[in-house]
Design a binder for this molecule. Structure first.
Ligand code: GLN
Length: 491
């Protein structure tokens, strides 16, 4: 039973619960056994409690027995990136700075999951404060790519992607500031989606770059992802940047909106640096849409080149301000040998933060300092508008854009740790959607010659998740690459 449970999608688990094939307790037991069997290889979790999961599962079974199920995902485990506040649980953000910090309240996304009866299943590893593309910047451990343990799972939500590929959880949540959902989803071969900025409340999400951060789902299938999005989307009075918009029934829209669509292929995403394997798989996906009657048009987003430099001004600027709160006075890390308040700040921050976080704080403080503010920060904001305008112009003629999600499949651990620029370039294809505040997602679409997963990226119009998901689903329901799992442990 348990090996068949862990291979199911969340929808299949939900169906099984409804008809009584298994109980939530049996689901919980199956995932606990799986984590016990493979976690020493994958290392996706920073912390988890089997006891806590079983307790939630029992409560779910009791509700169901009384005919009081809280909805389709009542009894389904969801693993959480360790950057979202879950009341009473450690919230480390992958940093020594918050090693012993316990969240005093629930993030809105977490509160919504609880209301839906979802089982909160463990805290997932990530790059420190979500800064990175390989999960090698975690202060705790290196998460391995389940398809090849020597390789990185992508980042910063590496744990969120790896736990799906390794069947340690059926669905999970991560966050995306410049690609941190889509890039690891592509490298681990699962579905990962960044909603439009403002669709999901950021209340209780530890801030990295507040004008870019969004929470989103990871799953094996587009359908599962659409259903998890349904639970967390919606305006929230606790986040003034969350947007009042009608939330459609995403799952119903998957089959209702059946195209054919007009899809744009931006030429700037298919140039130098794109590996042959990725190019071939993405072209195959485009060909699939063509055979389904979609109109494929070449488009241009002329400011694409500027996205990475602009992001590495704006994101560090916001980070330097957001991270100023970790001063050694509040939160957890406090240097033991400071003689005065100045030293307390300096030493606590020097000891608590890792190298990449320090690099971002230095970069951010520099571009915000008087004399450089106009030359860097203000200019970057202007170019950000140009990048958004490029997209809004093309969206006048197409429903969505198709691009590769990453230039290459997963690389080996250690390969880029000494070269920050090489690491930053992992996100060349994903960063623009954050700068422009668009909806975007990774759809698994094949494997490289070496057997490593590859995905394509769909970029949709703001707040038109339902169309983007429908386009993704058209491909996914026939291929289901995200349901394939590598052999691990004693498989
Ligand atoms: N890799 C990018 C960075 O390091 C994006 C991270 C993210 O989306 N959180 O900033």
């Amino acid at each position: 039973m348990s090996s068949s449970i862990i291979s199911k999608t969340a929808v299949e688990l939900s169906d099984g619960l409804r008809v009584g094939t298994f109980t939530a307790t049996e689901i919980a037991q199956a995932f606990i056994a799986r984590v016990e069997a493979v976690e020493q290889d994958v290392r996706a979790f920073i912390s988890y409690s089997a006891e806590d999961l079983l307790q939630q599962a029992k409560a779910s079974d009791a509700r169901r027995a009384k005919g009081r199920s809280l909805g389709v995902f009542d009894g389904i485990p969801v693993a959480i990136k360790d950057v979202l506040a879950e009341k009473g649980k450690r919230l480390t953000c992958g940093s020594k700075m918050l090693e012993h910090f316990v969240a005093p309240y629930d993030a809105t996304a977490i509160a919504k999951l609880r209301e839906a009866g979802v089982l909160l299943w463990g805290r997932l590893n990530m790059d420190e404060f979500a800064m990175g593309s390989s999960t090698e910047n975690s202060a705790y451990q290196r998460t391995c790519n389940p398809w090849d343990l020597e390789r990185i799972p992508g980042g910063s939500s590496g744990g969120s992607a790896a736990c799906i590929a390794s069947a340690e959880a059926p669905i999970s949540l991560g966050t995306d500031t410049g690609g941190s959902i889509r890039q690891p989803a592509a490298l681990c071969g699962v579905v990962g989606m960044k909603p439009t900025y403002g669709l999901v409340s950021r209340y209780g999400l530890v801030a990295f770059a507040s004008s870019l951060d969004q929470i989103g789902p990871f799953s094996q299938t587009v359908e599962d992802g659409a259903m998890l999005l349904q639970l967390i989307a919606g305006q929230d009075p606790l986040d003034s940047t969350s947007f009042k918009t009608k939330i459609p029934d995403y799952r119903a829209e998957l089959s209702r909106d059946s195209g054919p669509w007009k899809l744009g292929i931006p030429k700037e995403y298919f140039g130098e640096g794109l590996s042959d394997d990725v190019r071939r798989s993405v072209e195959n996906a485009i060909a699939f849409y063509k055979t389904r009657g979609c109109e494929i048009v070449d488009v241009s987003l002329p400011h694409t080149d500027l996205a990475v430099p602009v992001y590495y001004i704006i994101a560090p600027a916001e980070a330097s301000s957001n991270l100023a709160r970790y001063d050694g006075v509040r939160y957890t890390h406090r240097s033991g040998d400071a003689k005065d308040i100045q030293q307390l700040y300096l030493k606590s921050r020097a000891e608590g933060f890792g190298a990449e976080v320090k690099r971002r704080i230095i970069l951010g403080s520099y571009v915000l300092s008087s004399g450089y503010y106009d030359a860097y920060y203000v200019r970057a904001q202007k170019v950000r508008t140009l990048i958004r305008n490029d997209f809004m112009d093309t969206f006048k003629t197409v429903d969505a854009l198709i691009t590769p999600t990453t230039p290459t499949p997963a690389f080996k651990a250690g390969e880029r740790t000494s070269d920050p620029l090489a690491m930053y370039l992992c996100d060349v294809f994903t960063i623009s959607a954050n700068l422009a505040g668009l909806a975007a997602m990774n759809v698994p679409c094949g494997f490289s010659a070496e057997g490593l997963p590859i995905g394509f990226q769909l970029i949709g119009k703001p707040f038109e998740e339902s169309r983007m998901l429908a386009i993704a689903h058209a491909f996914d329901k026939e291929h289901r690459y995200g349901t394939r799992r590598p052999k691990l442990g004693k498989d």
